[in-house]
Ligand binder design. Structure first.
Ligand SMILES: Cc1cc2nc3c(=O)[nH]c(=O)nc-3n(C[C@H](O)[C@H](O)[C@H](O)COP(=O)(O)OP(=O)(O)OC[C@H]3O[C@@H](n4cnc5c(N)ncnc54)[C@H](O)[C@@H]3O)c2cc1C
Length: 534
């Protein structure tokens, strides 16, 4: 229901969706001089962009689908991104144990070729093919920093210790970790610092073209109030909701759509001591990862399941949990059960729908389409990965540029995100410096702050000279000073925004502690609103 309706002068872009694609485009566009409003109906990264496997990766398995363009772009992009954010992204080694029983998914182009040329393999993945895939992965990547592929003797090294005796050989390759929801928050923060209006908890409830301009109705989630913002161009970065925004909200008839594929993860207490990840291949042709997570945990995922409706919140079903446990148990000596699971999360991939046979086979590449029916342009984003978000934003700006003559060119490659202005190999030195400058921090605390905020950790801690100066202690090293920083600089509004997206302290805090944080933030928000109104 509209309570109030006002109009403003038209902004250049109104971007719908505060996931990685919406915030990435907002940052790039405002940096080129466009006026930008970005709206997100919930918290930033509350959709798919906090539920990924958290890898900047080329996607080794996509080679079997001959997705060379996507893999090459993503591989090259890993190092560009790593340099711009060495606090929230870091290199990791992936150990791929080999066994002759491993099979292809039946429908990949590679398996079809092999079934024709080598029918006696009966769908098995031969070792030479894995080596060839890794050779391509190394070669396509234009690597400068990340080490290449190597062979690992599992009978000898620590990589083999947690695995069953069945595996004696493995291959090892590089990809990078990325703190997905922090990536979104930092893109949003940088966009805001450059002049974009970032409006979380603001929903687009309708959009229509009036006299060649978009009139977009926005509803505030707290007050329920609505207002109309006029925009020269609408950018639909709604992820799983892209079709809903296109058809239901903007009333555009389009045959383009996304295929919604749910992916779930389980988190257990740390299952092994060495710091490498595992890439496990199943007898069903799928793969899963087991990744050291948040120091004391192991992350295992993911699944591929059709998901009909974006409005239905994705959850990791008991069947998906059992599937992931069973998959991991084929590799680990220590058999894990549902009792080992401490947390699960689930997200919906918005994959461009080009009619693939299975969820696993659907393309992970992105497609951008401009609609100009009725005048004012609308750019719709289908698909895309966290890894390619910056390149996707550049491609989006290529589509936007013709409507804004004189727009400047790409600029984001090599420009650090907030707090990321330090050397790629400078993380440990930065932690040591923070610990020296703030000697009251525990080692865990100093490390956590540099991982989260990089060089901005100093701004966050300010003039504090003792733990007491950081204000109320909510547990697990989370203090009022940091909560205020997150509310002020990173658009956090609720305890969940902080403990499950701006950080993963939800793994360490009790429900009672989170409730106290929630009450404290409610009071703080009311104070801030009152001060702003005066
Ligand atoms: C299980 C899984 C694992 C993955 N792993 C990886 C990985 O390791 N590496 C990688 O590169 N990629 C990975 N991906 C892919 C990647 O996470 C997604 O492609 C990416 O996050 C999509 O971002 P997005 O911005 O398009 O969508 P989203 O993050 O979903 O953002 C869209 C936003 O639009 C908002 N919205 C919708 N409708 C409205 C409205 N009417 N008004 C206002 N706001 C609205 C939603 O609330 C949502 O926050 C994975 C995906 C999944 C599901």
């Amino acid at each position: 229901m509209d309570n109030t309706t006002t109009t403003h002068d038209a902004v250049d872009l109104l971007i719908v969706g505060g996931g990685i694609n919406g915030t990435g485009i907002a940052r790039d566009a405002v940096g080129r001089g466009l006026s930008v409003v970005m709206v997100e109906m919930n918290d930033l990264a509350s959709g798919t962009s906090s539920a990924s496997t958290k890898l900047f990766h080329g996607g080794l398995r996509y080679l079997e689908y001959f997705e060379f363009r996507l893999v090459r772009e993503a591989l090259i992009e890993r190092e560009v991104l790593l340099r711009a954010m060495p606090h929230i992204s870091w290199p990791m080694r992936f150990v791929l144990p080999y066994h002759p029983d491993m099979r292809f998914e039946g429908e990949t182009p590679t398996s079809k070729v092999l079934n024709t040329l080598m029918p006696w393999m009966r769908g098995r993945r031969p070792a030479w093919l894995i080596r060839f895939g890794l050779f391509l992965y190394d070669t396509l990547a234009g690597r400068k920093m990340l080490p290449g592929t190597s062979r690992v003797d599992l009978r000898d090294g620590p990589e083999g210790t947690p695995l069953t005796d069945k595996f004696s050989t493995a291959f090892e390759y590089s990809d990078c970790w990325i703190e997905d929801s922090r990536l979104v928050a930092l893109n949003a923060r940088d966009a805001a610092d450059r002049g974009a209006a970032i409006l979380p908890r603001t929903k687009v409830t309708g959009a229509k073209r009036v006299d060649g301009i978009w009139a977009v109705t926005l509803q505030d989630a707290h007050s329920g109030d609505s207002r109309v913002v006029r925009a020269k161009m609408l950018v639909n970065a709604g992820g799983p909701w892209v079709g809903d925004i296109l058809n239901a909200k903007a009333g555009v008839n389009s045959s383009e759509g996304v295929r919604l594929v749910r992916g779930s993860h389980i988190v257990t207490r740390k299952l092994y001591d060495q710091d490498k990840c595992y890439f496990f291949q199943g007898v069903d042709g799928r793969i899963i990862f087991a990744i050291p997570y948040e120091t004391d945990f192991t992350l295992i995922g993911t699944t591929d399941a059709e998901h009909e409706d974006p409005a239905v919140p994705p959850v990791c079903t008991p069947e998906e949990q059992a599937y992931l446990l069973d998959f991991a148990n084929q590799y680990f000596t220590r058999q894990i059960t549902a009792d080992d699971i401490v947390w699960t999360y689930s997200g919906v991939r918005p994959l461009y729908d080009e009619g693939a046979s299975s969820a696993t086979a659907a393309t992970r590449d992105y497609t951008l389409k401009v609609n100009t029916d009725g005048g004012a342009p609308m750019l719709n984003i289908f698909g895309g990965k966290i890894t390619t978000y910056r390149r996707l934003a550049e491609s989006a700006l290529d589509k936007i540029a013709p409507f804004f003559p004189g727009l400047s060119g790409p600029w984001t490659a090599g420009v650090p995100l907030p707090g990321g202005d330090f050397a790629v190999d400078g993380f440990d030195a930065l932690v040591a410096k923070l610990a020296t400058d703030y000697p009251f921090l525990s080692a865990f605390h100093a490390r956590r702050l540099v991982r989260a905020y990089g060089t901005d950790a100093w701004l966050c801690l300010g003039t504090a000279t003792s733990a007491a100066d950081l204000g109320k202690d909510f547990g697990a090293t989370l203090c009022a000073r940091e909560v205020e920083w997150l509310m002020d600089k990173e658009f956090a509004q609720t305890a969940e925004d902080i403990v499950w997206r701006r950080s993963k302290l939800g793994l360490r805090l009790s429900k009672a502690e989170i409730d106290i944080l929630s009450g404290w933030m409610d009071t703080k928000r009311t104070e801030l609103q009152r001060a702003a109104a005066e």
